[in-house]
Design a protein around this ligand. Sequence first.
Ligand code: IVH
Length: 662
Amino acid sequence: MDELRACLHAANQAYYQDDAPFLSDAEYDSFLRELGALEEQYPQWRSPDSPTQRVGATPISSFANTEYRIPMLSLDNVFDAGGFADWWTRLQKSLGEEQQIVLSAEPKFDGLSLNLRYEDGELVQAGTRGDGVHGEDVTHNVRTIRNLPLRLQGEGWPALLEVRGEAVIPTAAFARLNQEREEAGQAPFANPRNAAAGSLRQLDSRITARRPLAFFPWGWGEANQSLGNSHLGVLQRLHDWGFPLLTDLLRPVDSLQAAEEYQQEMAARREQLAFEIDGLVFKLDDLAARERLGFTARAPRWAIAYKFPAHEETTVLRDILASVGRTGVVTPVAVLEPVRVAGVVVSRASLHNLDEVRRKDIRIGDTVLIRRAGDVIPELVQVLVERRPAEAAEWQMPTQCPVCGSEVLRLGDEVAYRCTGGLFCPAQRVGALLHFVARKAMDIQGLGEKLAQQLVDSGLVQSVADLYRLDRETLTQMERMGRRSAENLLAQLVASKDTTMPRFLYALGIPQVGETTAKALAEHFVDLTALMAADEEALQQVPDVGPIVAQAVAHFFAQAHNQEVIRDLLAAAIHWPQPVPKKAGIWSGKQFVLTGTLQNWTRDEAKAEIEKRGGKVMSSVSKKTDYLLLGENPGSKLAQAEKLGIAVLDEEIFSGLLTRDG
Ligand code: IVH
């Protein structure tokens, strides 16, 4: 039992303090259950500070009140180096010019403050700050927090001790918690602080027990004996008695410059910390000197909060725009009354899709909470429904593309709505162009993103067919385009005209049509005109083409502008070989898997040789695999193939077979 308790205790420490868990949740739970069963069986060896004491107890019906003889005060704030220097000067003046200032520099945890009362070493009461003098009794919930002692450890602790600090939910655990909530259909928490507060205000502590709360001490209240003469010294003693100590984040600073350095270091580390902080706190370390300075009505004179720019702000949602991306997806974008969030002015935020707009019940005119944390991208967290004006309006997805006027459709059960304009839609042109020239499409090298953008912006290329009208003169006028590169590109364009039907179909960028579907369509219809004329029913005859793909294909070919682009491309002399009637190849019906690097073929070339002979190339080895084609430095597929007794062809045998087959 001791061993289990020690292990679970160390696991808590690793999880909450070091952010380096060594037990999975399932392992933790199973150890906890094992310990619980033993404690049930051998009550004489129970321990009051056992991790089993933290699983929650019978729900209470309401919160009792707490009262603090030493009030839980607030802190004064500064927001920049100037404000901080002023405070330092004032502090130096009140202490007397000859007194050496030493401050304890600490993170300002963005959580919920708690007062933990220990009598004879036992945690007897835990309360929230409330108005500073009266708080709420949340002892039943605080007992479930895994990284605080239910009974003080070590020795030398006062018989009466109030420890003060912050309850937080670490960032990674918060993300997991919200993901679980969304999967369960519950509303996610807006931020870790709300999650921590919500978790501590549960009447049923079994719910709190499942929330990943952690506690970090930053001070103390009542104590019936002196705790020493240094603040950092007290934090160290609290650590000896069982509380976490963030050694890496705390330090003494003895000059304005050292304090500023600490501020800069922490500002840079802010996003990487295991939990959210909203600033720093600097406190005079000398406890006797604190006594002399005392308090204002609200806050101590010996401490200051140096705040970071806030991660969250509220602002007004002026409008919602439908933005058409390169692939035709129509995304709702929030147009915001510009607001500064964590140091950057935010005026737009993606709302992702219509489902999201409905789920968050976002209406034009709403006051909304904007958050910009860790990942820099601003996010609309939630609507403040209580501030919704009467005329706030629901937003509708446009039925026509705001850029090109084509129909906007939601295909099958896709979340996204798409503009069906394809190549015809200016918003999609650069994307369509890059897709058209891609290696697996028309394979035109020398046309990158920058050039594609220039060609579209200058109006030279409105449809992909315009590519084939470019000449050397026009091309050399583009930025960073010399004569040599222009000529290379023109040669590539000419060469690309000799293509295959699957490549051509894939290059058109028909929604839902990838490489494999393009190949299936070409094989089934053989003739382009027949494919273009096929209705959805006929399209569904193609292997692996379901109703959604059929709808997308039929819709694409029905658009007059798509027909026009295809006509233009064929007029530019794009062509492909007509298929020779398939003779049964040497590998018909055989399945290949490739591994490692071949010396004389690229993977695509080898694949083409195999397919020409009726074989198929699969991505992973299975019982159905006939041959493994082996290159240099093979992966784990070789071992798998050997285990399954699959024939392995090395490159030499493979090329021999090809030569014999002609
Ligand atoms: S010291 C007499 N230190 O910030 C008040 N507070 O804005 C002493 N907080 O109520 C407070 N981290 O809830 C202190 N390292 C830290 C803190 C911290 C977070 C919270 C605390 C306090 C509030 C004041």
